[in-house]
Design a protein around this ligand. Sequence first.
Ligand SMILES: Cc1cc2nc3c(=O)[nH]c(=O)nc-3n(C[C@H](O)[C@H](O)[C@H](O)COP(=O)(O)OP(=O)(O)OC[C@H]3O[C@@H](n4cnc5c(N)ncnc54)[C@H](O)[C@@H]3O)c2cc1C
Length: 380
Amino acid sequence: MISNASVVIIGGGIIGTSIAFNLAKLGVKDISVFEKSYISSGSTGRCGGGIRQQWTSPMNVRLAMRSVELFRRFREDIGMDIEYHEGGYLLLAYSDEEMGEFESNVKMQNQEGLSVQLVSPGEIKEKFPFMNLERVVGGTWCPSDSHANPQIANIAYAIAIKRMGVDLNTHTAVDGIDIQNGEIVGVQTDKGYVKTNTVINAAGGFSHEVGLMANMDIPTHSERHQILVTESINHVLEPMVISFKKNYYVRQTMHGSFVMGQSDKKPAQGNDLGHSVEFLEEMAPKMVHDFPFMTHLHIVRQWSGAYNISPDAQPIIDTAESISRYIFAVGFSGHGFMLAPAAGEAVAEMVVYGRSKTMDVSNLNMRRFKRQIKSEKNVV
Ligand SMILES: Cc1cc2nc3c(=O)[nH]c(=O)nc-3n(C[C@H](O)[C@H](O)[C@H](O)COP(=O)(O)OP(=O)(O)OC[C@H]3O[C@@H](n4cnc5c(N)ncnc54)[C@H](O)[C@@H]3O)c2cc1C
């Protein structure tokens, strides 16, 4: 652990390590990352690994599209295979009203430059004959949506940043941020004090608590989301499939198991990592109905993690108004893995140049919540 850091990043999840990677790439030296547990112990290591560009908010579409560009180069840039696979995403609609919403989303997404199209039940059946499409009236299909292994991606960033000279401290918790006259002077960890004038809050499910260390009331909260994995079978399902109506997402991993999840009706609040039998009881019948080949499939494991949620279900990427050089990249609302490459790039540019250059992320500031809140709708 170094005693004097140019930048301290709190959190060694996909966001913190992506920021560190991008800072190091821009030539910043003496970066410290503090992770209170092991790499990928937070939401990143618990997530579904989906990489989707089909959002209702143009900003999420742009961030996801930039991230896909960077995911495509991940192996070349970072030197590790993260099981990145462009199998597409299929979103299912069950009523004319839902199809109407999909139509206007596709229009906006096409305007943003995303190749995504409306599909009829017949077209879906032709592409994915193993699915039961009862009551499906259509859907949307984006072939460049993808998935990857989030744990490997997080670890790949961690290995890369260590190689680039970043001071990465696992099992080290930040307990306090030392501020004097509105300026950061250091952080207190459970292993000692580090001098710094720049702190980045990338604490995922603990973003609100880390905000309070700097007397900032960041409007994020954490909510438990459950997920499960089945045994593996031969490859049958190419895309990630989402039904907002039936409340599920599912994908088949590279080695053949299925990863799937839903939003609980009354999700446990906070960073509760327990799980429930109800989750299994709700998931099983709907999956067996829509994917009849899963009827005799065994569930291997279930677990949970936190969605760190902002008031409009879009990330908050901003610099504090009252504290100099306190930056936060939080509130990813269940889609932080897929946005991490672009978010890391933007935050690193904010530190080095005072603003994000590659992509303008200024409308993800915290002031937006003072205006009318327009929420991202495509969340499971
Ligand atoms: C069940 C589930 C499914 C999901 N599916 C998807 C998906 O398909 N696609 C997608 O894009 N996203 C998905 N997500 C969301 C995604 O996992 C998160 O948005 C993303 O991992 C957030 O990354 P992060 O680095 O901000 O948080 P984390 O990975 O949680 O990292 C934050 C880290 O900060 C550390 N920390 C906190 N406080 C301190 C402190 N005081 N000192 C030191 N360290 C600290 C924590 O230990 C943690 O490791 C899913 C989430 C869940 C729970």
